[in-house]
Ligand binder design. Structure first.
Ligand SMILES: Cc1cc2nc3c(=O)[nH]c(=O)nc-3n(C[C@H](O)[C@H](O)[C@H](O)COP(=O)(O)OP(=O)(O)OC[C@H]3O[C@@H](n4cnc5c(N)ncnc54)[C@H](O)[C@@H]3O)c2cc1C
Length: 573
C-alpha cells in the first residue's frame, strides 16, 4: 500500500486525523478529489477524544453577542441529530439553576434566543422550559435545596467524540480516501517554491527499521516515503504551528490551554438532567455520559508541549469544588472513576495572512500549495472542513461545492429501522436486547457486522472481564474494522473502558490484548508488551494526578516512563 501511495499524486494530502482532518478528507473525497490522510498517532488521539463530548451552540457565546457563531453551531448540532449521525448522538437536558431573582429574565432571554436562533424547525432537540424551585428539585434531587430559587432547562447533544471521528474517517475511506495512521509527516516535498506533497515516516510499533527502497528518483531516507499532492491541508490542531514550521517560517502562533474532565458513577448523582453553572471565569458543566456523569472543565495555560497533557490534583480538586457548590451529598476524590485532559489551540497570527472565514476558526493559505485550518469547535468541524477545501481551490482550480450537509456518515442509514427490530435481532442472534440497544448507539446499522461476528464466534458475545459494559466482539471489531493498532487504541478510544472503569481498564487489559492480538497477529511477547505499556501509562497518569502543579505532573510521568525504560518494562510492572 505504501509503495502504491508513494508512486501516485493525490489532489489532497491531509495532515492530522482529528475531527478537522477526517472531516476535511470526507469533504474533499465527496467532491471527487483523490485524498490521502496521514495521522501521526491514532485517529482522534489528540484533542478529538478529549473534549466535553457535546455538540452545542455555545450558550455562553450569547453573552459575548456572537450570534452568528451560535446560529452556525446550533444548525450543525441539529443537523447531526436529524441527518448526519443520529446513531451516535443523543439530545440531553441541562439545567441552569437560579439563586438570584434577576437570573430568570436574564438567562431566560438567553435560552429563548438560543432556541430562536435555530434555523431548522425540527424538534428532535427539544426547546427550553422554565422551572419553579420545586420543579428544579424534582428534576435534580441531588441539588442542595438551600440556594435555589428556580431554573430553566434546555437541551444540547451528547456525542462520543472519538467514535464519531473514527466513523467520519471510515466514511471518507469508504468513498476512496487513503487513511493511514501512525504516519508522521516529517517534512515537505517541493516543486520550486511550491509545496508538492509531504515526507512521511511510519512510526508504528511494527514499522520495519528500513521501509525498503523507493523509486530511485525519490531520494529520501529509506524509512521515509513521499506522498505527492497538488495541495496539502494542515489540520494538526495544537501541532499546527509545528507542521507549518516544516514548510518554512510559521504564519500562525499556537499557544495551548488545558481542560480536564472527571467521570463519576451514574448512581452517585440523583438527577434526570445535567447542570450548567457559572464559575468566576467560565462555566461548570455536569452532563450525563451513558451510565456515568462527566464533570468539566478547567481552562489553564499549558506550557509543556502539545503531546501529553496531564491532569493534576489541583485540577481535580477545582472541579470537585465546583460540583460540591451545588450538590447535597458532596463528591470526593474516591468517587472519581476516570480523568482525562485535552488541549485547546489558541491561535494568533498577522491579520495579513489570516483569512477568518468564520469567526471561530482560522484558515490560512500559504506557502503556495498549503492550507492550514485550526481552531473552532468539534461542533463546527464540517464548516471548518468545507472552508479548508474551498481554500484549496486556489491551488486545485474550481471545485464542486461541498455536499457533506447531505452525507450521513457510516452506520446512519437504516439504524432507526434496526432500532425498531431490536427484539427480533435479539431473538435471532441470542444477544440480549439491552446489548443490541447499546451496540446500535455505538455502531448504528453497522451493528449487524458485530452480530455476524458473534454468530461465527459466540464467545465474542460475552462481556469483557473487568469491563462489563462492553462485549469482546467490540474489541475484535476495533482491530478488524476500526484501525486499532494498539491496546491503548482499543481501550481508550474505540471503547471507553479506560475512563469508565475504576481501575482504568487494568483488569480488562490482558483479556483485551488476547482479543485484539488475535486479529493483529501478536505473539505472546507482543501481547505482554502491550499490557505492560498500557499499565505503565495508567501508572504515569495516576502519579501525575497526585501532583499539585503541571510541572510536577510532567516530572512524575517522565519518572515512571524513565524508570520503566531503564529497568525494562517487564520487570518494572
Ligand atoms: C477540554 C476541552 C473540551 C472541549 N469540549 C468541546 C465540546 O464539548 N464541544 C465542542 O464542540 N468542542 C469542544 N472542544 C473543542 C474540540 O475538542 C476541538 O475543537 C477539536 O477536537 C479539535 O480537533 P482537531 O482535529 O482540530 O485537532 P486534534 O484532534 O488535536 O487533531 C490533530 C491531529 O493531528 C495529528 N498530527 C499532529 N502533527 C502531525 C504530523 N506531523 N503528522 C501527522 N499527524 C499529525 C495529531 O496526532 C492529532 O491527532 C473542547 C476542547 C477541549 C480541549
Amino acid at each position: 500500500l505504501l509503495r502504491r501511495i508513494a508512486e501516485r499524486t493525490f489532489d489532497l494530502v491531509v495532515i492530522g486525523g482529528g475531527i478537522t482532518g477526517v472531516g476535511t478528507a470526507l469533504d474533499a473525497v465527496s467532491r471527487g478529489l483523490s485524498v490521502a490522510l496521514l495521522e501521526a498517532g491514532d485517529l482522534a488521539g489528540g484533542t478529538s477524544s478529549r473534549s466535553g463530548k457535546v455538540f452545542h451552540g455555545g450558550l455562553r457565546y450569547l453573552e459575548q453577542l456572537n450570534f452568528s457563531l451560535v446560529r452556525q453551531a446550533l444548525t450543525e448540532r441539529d443537523l447531526m441529530v436529524d441527518r448526519l449521525c443520529p446513531h451516535l448522538v443523543s439530545p440531553e437536558p441541562f439545567l441552569f439553576p437560579f439563586t438570584r431573582r434577576w437570573e430568570r429574565p436574564y438567562v431566560g432571554a438567553g435560552v429563548l434566543l438560543y432556541d430562536l436562533l435555530r434555523l431548522r424547525g425540527t424538534r428532535s432537540v427539544p426547546g427550553h422550559r422554565h422551572l419553579t424551585r420545586r420543579g428544579v428539585l424534582r428534576q435534580m434531587p441531588a441539588l442542595h435545596p438551600g440556594r435555589i430559587t428556580g431554573g430553566v432547562r434546555y437541551h444540547d447533544v451528547r456525542v462520543d467524540d472519538a467514535r464519531h471521528t473514527l466513523t467520519v474517517a471510515r466514511t471518507a475511506a469508504g468513498l476512496g480516501a487513503q487513511v493511514l495512521t501512525r504516519m508522521q509527516v516529517v517534512g515537505m516535498l517541493w516543486d520550486g517554491d511550491r509545496i508538492a506533497g509531504v515526507r512521511a515516516r511510519d512510526v508504528s510499533a511494527s514499522a520495519p527499521a528500513s521501509a525498503g527502497s523507493w523509486p530511485a528518483d525519490v531520494g529520501l531516507p529509506a524509512a521515509e516515503f513521499p506522498v505527492r499532492a497538488r495541495c496539502v491541508v494542515n489540520a494538526a490542531g495544537v501541532w499546527a504551528e509545528q507542521v507549518q514550521a516544516l514548510a518554512g517560517r510559521p504564519s500562525i502562533s499556537v499557544t495551548v490551554a488545558k481542560g480536564i474532565h472527571l467521570v463519576v458513577p451514574g448512581d452517585r448523582i440523583d438527577s434526570r438532567t445535567g447542570l450548567i453553572a457559572r464559575t468566576p471565569d467560565s462555566v461548570f458543566i455536569l452532563r450525563r455520559w451513558f451510565d456515568h456523569w462527566l464533570l468539566g472543565t478547567t481552562d489553564t495555560r499549558w506550557e509543556h508541549g502539545p503531546a501529553d497533557p496531564a491532569a493534576t490534583r489541583s485540577d481535580v480538586d477545582y472541579l470537585l469544588g465546583q460540583a460540591n457548590r451545588w450538590l447535597r451529598a458532596p463528591l470526593g476524590a474516591g468517587d472519581v472513576v476516570g480523568i482525562y485532559a485535552g488541549l485547546r489551540p489558541l491561535v494568533s497570527g498577522p491579520a495579513a495572512v489570516t483569512a477568518a472565514l468564520s469567526r471561530d476558526h482560522v484558515v490560512v493559505s500559504g506557502p503556495p500549495g498549503m492550507v492550514t485550518v485550526v481552531g473552532g469547535k468539534y461542533t463546527t468541524y464540517r464548516l471548518m472542513a468545507r472552508d479548508a477545501v474551498d481554500a484549496c481551490a486556489r491551488w486545485l482550480g474550481r471545485l464542486p461545492v461541498s455536499g457533506t450537509e447531505w452525507l450521513p456518515i457510516l452506520g446512519a442509514a437504516g439504524h432507526d429501522v434496526l432500532r425498531g427490530q431490536r427484539s427480533s435481532l435479539a431473538a435471532e442472534s441470542g444477544v440480549d436486547e439491552w446489548w443490541i440497544g447499546r451496540l446500535l448507539g455505538r455502531y448504528g446499522s453497522l451493528t449487524t457486522d458485530l452480530l455476524d461476528l458473534i454468530a461465527d464466534r459466540p464467545e465474542l458475545g460475552r462481556p469483557v472481564p473487568g469491563a462489563t459494559g462492553y462485549l469482546a466482539a467490540e474489541l475484535h471489531y476495533a482491530a478488524s474494522h476500526e484501525a486499532a493498532m494498539t491496546l491503548e487504541d482499543a481501550l481508550v478510544r474505540r471503547t471507553r473502558i479506560f475512563m469508565e472503569t475504576r481501575d482504568r481498564g487494568l483488569a480488562a487489559a490482558r483479556h483485551a490484548a488476547g482479543v485484539v492480538g488475535e486479529v493483529l497477529g501478536w505473539d505472546e511477547t507482543r501481547r505482554d508488551e502491550e499490557v505492560v505499556r498500557y499499565r505503565l501509562e495508567r501508572e504515569a497518569d495516576r502519579r501525575a494526578a497526585a501532583a499539585l502543579t503541571d510541572q510536577e505532573a510532567v516530572t512524575a510521568r517522565r519518572a515512571v516512563r524513565g524508570t520503566a525504560a531503564s529497568s525494562g518494562c517487564r520487570e518494572q510492572m
